[in-house]
Design a protein around this ligand. Structure first.
Ligand code: CO
Length: 170
């Protein structure tokens, strides 16, 4: 035998559900509102995490060329020291990444593994160890919407794993 639920309970549940849906709709509208505002300038700030396993948590980061300043904040969520598991974030054209990574090894620790005065480097952050954070900033106008860009860590050997696509929207 099927036991039918008490209709009173059913109707209460239904009421509860309707209230939940209503607040979901309101929340959705509030989010839409925020997204609407953000859309005017596009996304200007990205938070990226690096860890002790030589990985970034993002494969893609999206920013807008319309941003006065684009910021990529890098959080090293690991524990290893900068000398062993240093992370930074560098942005360049995808075709320039390998060349910059080689030049970074030559630049060495003294230059935080970023080749000095290298025009291929569009922007870079500092180099940090576990528990630290750093960031890079770049004027949005230095990026071209639809361009082929990559963000990566230039610590020796890291760019093969620690890289992702930087998508630039108008
Ligand atoms: Co790294």
């Amino acid at each position: 035998m099927l036991s039918l639920p008490n209709p009173k309970i059913l109707s209460l549940r239904h009421q509860e559900l309707s209230m939940k849906s209503a607040s979901t709709v309101l929340l959705g509208l509030a989010l839409l509102g925020t997204a609407g505002l953000a859309h005017a300038a596009g996304n200007c700030t990205v938070t990226l995490k690096g860890d002790d396993a030589m990985k970034f948590d993002l494969k893609t980061a999206t920013v807008s060329a319309a941003c006065p300043t684009v910021t990529i904040e890098l959080v090293h969520a690991g524990k290893l020291p900068v000398t062993v598991m240093g992370h930074n974030v560098v942005i360049s054209k995808t075709s320039d990444m390998a060349g910059i990574a080689s030049a970074a090894v030559k630049a060495g620790a003294a230059n935080q593994y970023v080749p000095k005065g290298d025009a291929r480097v569009i922007a870079h952050s500092g180099l940090v160890g576990g528990g630290e954070k750093t960031k890079l900033t770049v004027p949005g106008k230095k990026l071209t919407a639809g361009g082929d860009y990559t963000f990566f860590c230039s610590f020796p050997g890291h760019s093969t794993m620690m890289k992702g696509k930087l998508v630039v929207t108008p």
